[in-house]
Design a protein around this ligand. Structure first.
Ligand SMILES: [Zn+2]
Length: 465
């Protein structure tokens, strides 16, 4: 029946629902699980929010929230970064018993439900992301293989900071390149011009969105931080929210958010059932547009300090996606194994976290962060495994990028078709159809890492290694 024309457009949706249904318990048990979720899941998450909301971090005589203290890790002042890190961890240590209790209960509930269905703890998140476990394993294999390269980058960064090893609180330390200032007009022109080199349609869309005032960039007091893009399905329009400070990072952000808006734009005429983009594929167009602009900004940079700062921003993201997120994923899986033996213990959680950081950052890492498990809000959210989709999205965009660079502007139409297909069906099918790649094969992922070695080598050379 699903093959007949009026229904065929819903086939991916039906397939998806069928797959989700296999993860449900018999109706009465499922109903009970839903009723109990209020206390077995949501209220624990709320308790964590209250506990973290009460914490104060004392840095240099000032009482800060954990979020404010976290922002100090971007400071060029090494001493301030270290003081903020120690004060933050001292604060989290006072809350570690509560945090461990929350994790213990969340994990237990999810474990009981998964065991009852007879699946692993990642089955449900993977179904939500329309991803197979074999794909995740193949992707992680790629991350493991890229570790030595990332370790080289971390070591070079440590040397630039005048240290033998990189401490956890140095991962985001700025390298102090002289950043050129961009006027809003220059920023817009630059982004549109880079899009034009690959796809006239993408550039035309961006030009129109900017001309129509769909991008809000005013720098004013009281405006919230961050950037995002939101699509309105009735008017078939998108709006971008960000603040223009004239930095190169702002230019990249503009490209990123316009990439999201273009992604929406090419999908508006599709039926709603084909516009359900998972978080695993949602960053495909944004990361691509950002890469177009980053490459051009790098070519245009006329001094080594700017080149170094741009590469550091680029490789810092790679470090986050290829090392930091895998640490979080491995830690979250470890919770289930530990919870099977009894309630989670804060000491052991800290040891597990440190061991994973040392495994992924290797001998480039100086001081690890034993309280990362308590401070990282993502472990405490209602939806588990809020981690690997980031890495998947990043690497999947890398695969798209590799293909686009190989084929050039002639591939712009095929790129558009790929984006249009991201709202339905499994991620593997999208890759197979549009890139001819089997994502369950670790070999397929190597393309996504192809440019990494050259970028790390360039960073090392600039760092005078
Ligand atoms: Zn994004």
């Amino acid at each position: 029946m699903a093959a007949t024309p009026p229904l065929s457009e819903f086939k991916p949706l039906f397939d998806d629902l069928r797959r989700q249904t296999r993860l449900l318990l018999p109706p009465n048990e499922q109903r009970l699980a839903i009723d109990l979720a209020q206390s077995s899941l949501h209220e624990w998450t709320q308790l964590y929010d209250r506990v973290s909301g009460r914490l104060t971090v004392a840095v240099d005589g000032e009482q800060l929230s954990p979020g404010q203290a976290f922002n100090l890790l971007d400071s060029p002042d090494a001493g301030l970064r270290e003081r903020a890190f120690r004060a933050t961890n001292a604060a989290w240590t006072t809350a570690q018993d509560d945090c461990a209790a929350v994790l213990s209960n969340l994990t237990w509930t999810r474990k009981v439900l998964a065991d009852r269905v007879g699946v692993s703890e990642v089955a449900q998140p993977l179904a939500n992301h329309r991803l197979e476990e074999g794909t995740l394993a193949a992707m992680m294999e790629g991350c493991v293989a890229s570790r030595p390269l990332m370790v080289r980058y971390f070591k070079a960064k440590a040397r630039l900071l005048g240290k033998a090893k990189l401490d956890w609180y140095d991962l985001r330390a700025p390298l102090g390149g002289v950043d050129r200032k961009w006027s809003w007009a220059e920023g817009q022109d630059f982004v549109v011009a880079q899009m034009e080199r690959f796809s006239t349609e993408m550039a035309d869309y961006a030009r129109q969105a900017l001309r129509d005032g769909h991008v809000e960039v005013e720098d004013r007091p009281g405006k919230r931080q961050g950037a995002f893009c939101i699509g309105f399905s009735r008017s078939h329009q998108s709006r971008v929210f960000m603040t223009w400070g004239g930095t190169t990072t702002n230019v990249l952000t503009l490209a990123h958010e316009l990439g999201h808006a273009y992604h929406n734009h090419v999908m508006w005429d599709l039926p709603r059932s084909r516009r359900r983009v998972t978080s695993t594929l949602a960053e495909s167009a944004s990361t691509f547009a950002e890469a177009l602009v980053r490459g051009a900004a790098m070519q245009q940079a006329d001094d080594d300090a700017t080149r170094l700062a741009l590469l550091d921003e680029d490789l810092g993201t790679a470090g986050l996606m290829l090392c930091n997120i895998p640490v979080r994923y491995a830690f979250e899986r470890a919770l289930y194994a530990q919870r099977a033996q009894g309630p989670l213990d804060p000491e052991r959680l800290g040891q597990t976290m440190v061991a994973l950081q040392q495994e992924w950052y290797g001998d480039a890492l100086g001081e690890p962060d034993p309280m990362f498990w308590a401070a990282k809000m993502h472990f405490y959210m209602s939806r588990p495994f809020y981690n690997y989709p980031y890495t998947f999205g990043y690497l999947f965009s890398g695969l798209i990028w590799a293909r686009a660079m190989e084929e050039g502007p002639a591939w712009a139409g095929a790129y558009r078709d790929l984006l249009r297909d991201t709202g339905a069906g499994p991620c593997e099918a999208v890759a197979q159809r549009h890139l001819g790649l089997d994502l369950s094969d670790p070999q397929a992922w190597t393309l996504a890492f192809a440019g990494l070695e050259e970028r790390v080598a360039r960073f090392e050379a600039l760092a005078g290694a």
